[in-house]
Ligand binder design. Sequence first.
Ligand SMILES: [Zn+2]
Length: 248
Amino acid sequence: MNRTAIEKAVALIAESRWPVAFTGAGASVESGIPDFRSASGLWLRFDPLEYGTIGAFRKNPRKIWSMLEELLAMTEAQPNPGHAALARMEEWGFLKGIITQNIDGLHQKAGSRNVVEFHGTLDRLVCIGCGRTYRTSGTLEEIPPACRACSRILKPDVVFFDEPIPRAVIEAADKMINRADLVMVAGTSCNVMPAATIPLRIREAGGQVIEINPEPVLSGLASVVIRGSFAGAMLEIASGLKAHRPGR
Ligand SMILES: [Zn+2]
């Protein structure tokens, strides 16, 4: 990894007033979760049109649950050192929040507190009838699980391909984006809308963009590009920030 890029990123974050992170599938790869779109990914084996839409779920929830069971295995995954480094940065005051496209809950598991889950989370189930929500753990004795209030089938509280992002989530993300003066973009190729516009919006408002990707994609938009893995880069950045902690 490029030392100069790490040092430059550390300096920018230390100077920043309201730094945030924007993470994607690449952040979870080192936790053993393959990118859904990769060669071994879920959407190559399950056609997203057939399995990934709320229309398909309503029509045949049992069939979609056969795929969801595999997806929910993700909730067994553990955070990697990159997640832990981000949680430490928040604790030290060098990170105000995270917007993630991931649905695995690993940022919270690592201790991050201010997290906007743009595409929802597998840690929660929601009733397609009455909207009541349940914690996933402890609700899966029967597949597909049913709502205790109205007996309709529950679905993971994640955004399906043909569903809009919930308004409250958009608003929480907007609040973060509007305050941010720096964004660390990590493990995402920024090609899923509307999440993809986040670095651009922060840049256009005069903020700094730091990109961390094995194959960087934000050419021109990023002030610093760190070519490397999520965990490796975050560990280096956190260790650099350690010296800048207030009160030291
Ligand atoms: Zn219900």
